[in-house]
Design a protein around this ligand. Structure first.
Ligand code: XUL
Length: 506
């Protein structure tokens, strides 16, 4: 069984390994099914950028989900469980024994009585600007935080959130004996004991030394007083932490020897569930923001990108581009064309060529990768361009930018790109990506919760030793969508070099 405790819901995916079949996918929706917590899509929006959720709600969701599952399926057949969770969210507890459950009392109340902070800050929170500045300064500047932890100090990362709590509520902070991430919290609840944080999710805290895969002494020291003793240990993601808590065996019929495998963050888990855990594959997710993530062999930190642990081995890069779908939509409206034209027709007769005048830098809102204000002078459509060219150069701009940013993290060749998200249906976008990256572009056959599937695959891997390659062949079906056209490799390399010059001058 794989679980994903995401922002909006808790999902379980169960695989019947003998028949290579995903037999169940079920979710509890926080807003709808646990309405008493009064969340909006699983979170509460406070003032000044504060966004939080509740650890006792996540625990209650586990009770609810397992109760539903126990009526549909014989849970004693589950051999191993792993979980994934929304990254960066944190849980503050007054005791290392908080997971020592009484099997007759619901989980939520048992957790709640141990919380020193009833609210768990989540990744949407942007209230920690001051703390990020302080951490950056104490670490000797951005380069210091980046080289130590794999990311510059980031608003939503856990370190800044912990610092803010220690400043605003020193008494409750002092009473905190353990700080968990959402993922290690779920793991601890499942195992009924205090469990470690894995390298995948630990890297999203600005506290883990990215090269050494241990807590970074300086980062921990400058973040908050006595923090080292409040953090769990760090482990490789494929660690079995023990057997399931008797709470779940007694209440839902799990076998007492069901193995619990360390949890990880939802992005590292999706890397597994999409089948891109081995170097040479990358995922491009086309959404409100576009995201590029890929398995990499070395930790080579780059500003504006993150490095997390790859649960399969080594590392993964994650680069987020703010100008994704909204920028595409803005350009579609500006040119005043239909989606059919924007996604396909515009590309029909296009032959890539080098032409200095024909770049569009489509940063409609402030871009974060790289850091460029939307007010910066940019190359915009001009009257010498046809409507089709305006569309094509917009898409080229987005993905030349993605390609050059990805190259900063790893120059290793990617030969398979898996495209997900709304715009992945566009033939034109897929072909431009294939040509720029000179990689085949595939799409997933089934649309599943890739983080929950990844957690399930990690549980299987730990329990059986089946290789990643075989697991991805069996469970992550991909269809090849577009092939790279070798004749345009040189043109796009020149365009990428030119793009770097344009951006450097903004
Ligand atoms: C990654 C991030 C989000 C959350 C979503 O850095 O903040 O992708 O993990 O759950």
């Amino acid at each position: 069984m794989g679980l994903d405790c995401s922002t909006q819901s808790l999902t379980a995916t169960i695989i019947d390994l003998d028949n290579s079949q995903i037999i169940l996918n079920k979710s509890v929706n926080f807003e709808k099914d646990l309405a008493q917590y009064k969340t909006t899509s699983g979170v509460v929006y406070g003032e000044n950028g504060v966004v939080y959720s509740y650890a006792d709600m996540w625990a209650e969701a586990l009770d609810l989900l397992f109760l539903t599952l126990s009526k549909e399926i014989d849970l004693s057949k589950i051999k191993a469980i792993s979980a994934s969770g929304q990254q960066h969210a944190s849980v503050y507890l007054d005791s290392l024994n908080a997971f020592d459950f009484d099997s007759e009392t619901p989980l939520a109340g048992q957790i709640k009585k141990h919380l020193t902070r009833s609210e768990s800050p989540v990744w949407l929170d942007t209230s920690t600007e001051e703390e990020c500045k302080e951490i950056t300064e104490a670490m000797g500047g951005e380069a210091g935080v980046l080289s130590a932890t794999g990311s510059v100090a980031i608003l939503r990362f856990t370190g800044a959130q912990i610092r803010k709590f220690s400043k605003e509520n020193p008494t409750a902070y002092a009473a905190t004996k353990r700080i968990h991430l959402n993922s290690s919290f779920i793991c601890s609840v499942l195992a009924g004991k205090d469990c470690p944080i894995d390298f995948g999710d630990g890297a999203g805290m600005n506290l883990m030394n990215i090269a050494g895969l241990c807590w970074d002494k300086k980062a921990v020291e400058v973040t908050a007083d006595n923090l080292a003793e409040k953090l769990p240990s760090l482990v490789a993601s494929d660690t079995c932490v023990g057997d399931i808590s008797s709470y779940f065996a007694i209440n839902y019929g799990f076998s007492p020897d069901t193995k619990i495998i360390a949890s990880t963050g939802d992005n590292p888990s999706s890397l597994i569930g999409i089948g891109a855990m081995i170097e040479g594959s990358a995922i491009i997710s086309l959404g409100t923001s576009d995201t590029y993530f890929s398995a990499i062999d070395k930790a080579t930190p780059a500003a504006n990108a993150h490095i997390f642990g790859n649960p399969a081995d080594n590392y993964m890069s994650l680069i987020c581009f703010r100008n994704g779908s909204l920028a595409r939509e803005a350009m579609k409206d500006l040119v005043s064309v239909s989606w059919a034209f924007f996604d396909n027709i515009a590309f029909a007769d296009y032959v890539p060529s080098i032409d200095d005048e024909k770049f569009i830098i489509p940063f409609f809102s402030d871009e974060i990768s790289p850091n460029i204000s939307s007010n910066a002078p940019k190359y915009i459509p001009n009257d010498n361009m046809t409507d089709a060219q305006k569309v094509v150069y917009t898409i080229e701009g987005q993905f030349l930018n993605m390609y050059t940013q990805a190259q900063k993290m790893s120059k290793n060749k990617v030969d398979n790109i898996i495209l997900t998200g709304g715009a992945s249906k566009s033939e034109g976008i897929a072909q431009v990506i294939a040509d720029i990256f000179q990689a085949k572009v595939s799409r997933l056959k089934l649309s599943l919760n890739s983080a929950a599937l990844g957690a399930c695959m990690r549980a299987i891997k730990n329990h059986t030793g089946i290789s990643w390659q075989e697991l991805s062949q069996r469970f992550c079906g991909q269809d090849e969508f577009k092939s790279p056209r070798a004749e345009y490799a040189e043109v796009y390399q020149q365009k990428a070099d030119k793009w770097n010059d344009l951006i450097a001058n903004l």
